[in-house]
Design a protein around this ligand. Structure first.
Ligand code: DX5
Ligand code: ZN
Length: 218
C-alpha cells in the first residue's frame, strides 16, 4: 500500500563516499523519496553537489528524486537537473525574481514544481501562483546546513499553508530539524511530506528502518 505520509531522507547527512549504497540502504529501510539538497555557496553559505552527482546516483535507483535547489538563479539549472533524473524540482521564493516564469520552466520540463519558503517568508507570497505549484516546502530551519534545531514557530505557517492549499493536489513538505519528536507537530499542522537528514543518516545503518518508522509516526 502507498504511504500517505511521504518520508524523504536528505542525503546531505549521508556518507558522501558511499552515496549509492546509502541511497539503497535508506530505500530498503522504507524511504519514499530521496531528497537532494543542491547548494551553491552563494544563496546559502555552503556547497554540496550538483547534476553530475545526481546523474550518477540515478543509475542505481528508480526512486523519486526530489531536488531542493538552494541556489541563486535556479532557472539556469532546471534543464540539467531534469536531464540528471530529477522528478521534482523545488526552488526558493527568495532566489527567484520571476518565480512564475521559473515554475513554468520546471513544468515545461515535465517535473513537479516546488516552492520553498525561508522562515521569514509568508505563505501569502505564493497565493497567486498556486496553479503552477505541485509542492510547497516550509523551511523549519534557515537553509544551508543539516543538523539544526527545528524552529517551532513555523508550526503556525504549516497550518496556514495547509489552509491555502485547500483541496488542491499540492504536497506540503517540511524540511529542517525533523526528528521523531518534531515530526508529529508538523504532521498535526497539516504536512504530508517530511524531509529528514541527520535523524536518519546520523544513525547506524541498521537503525534506518526504525528511524523512518518513528518519523512516520508508526
Ligand atoms: C537544510 C536542508 C535540509 C537538511 C535537513 O538546508 O535543506 O534538507 O539536509 O537536515 P536535518 O534533517 O538534519 O535538519
Ligand atoms: Zn532540503
Amino acid at each position: 500500500m502507498k504511504n500517505s505520509t511521504i518520508i524523504a531522507p536528505s542525503i546531505l547527512a549521508a556518507d558522501f563516499g558511499e552515496l549509492a549504497a546509502e541511497v539503497r540502504q535508506v530505500e530498503n529501510a522504507g524511504a519514499d523519496w530521496i531528497h537532494l539538497d543542491v547548494m551553491d555557496g552563494n544563496f546559502v553559505p555552503n556547497l554540496s553537489f550538483g547534476a553530475p552527482v545526481i546523474s550518477a546516483l540515478r543509475k542505481s535507483t528508480s526512486s523519486y528524486f526530489d531536488a531542493h535547489l538552494m541556489v541563486q538563479h535556479p532557472e539556469t539549472l532546471i534543464s540539467d537537473m531534469q536531464k540528471a533524473g530529477c522528478d521534482g524540482i523545488t526552488v526558493h521564493f527568495e532566489a527567484c525574481t520571476h518565480l512564475d516564469r521559473t515554475l513554468s520552466i520546471i513544468n515545461d520540463h515535465g517535473c513537479c514544481a516546488g516552492v520553498a519558503l525561508n522562515p521569514h517568508t509568508s505563505v501569502e507570497n505564493i497565493s497567486q501562483i498556486l496553479d503552477k505549484i505541485g509542492l510547497i516546502l516550509i523551511m523549519t530551519v534557515n537553509p544551508g546546513f543539516g543538523g539544526q534545531k527545528f524552529i517551532s514557530s513555523m508550526i503556525h505557517k504549516i497550518r496556514q499553508a495547509r489552509q491555502l492549499i485547500g483541496d488542491r493536489p499540492i504536497q506540503l513538505q517540511v524540511d529542517g530539524g525533523i526528528t521523531a519528536r518534531t515530526a508529529p507537530l508538523a504532521l498535526a499542522a497539516g504536512a504530508n511530506n517530511l524531509v529528514a537528514g541527520s535523524a536518519i543518516f546520523g544513525k547506524k545503518v541498521d537503525e534506518y528502518p526504525f528511524q523512518i518508522k518513528a518519523i512516520r509516526g508508526e
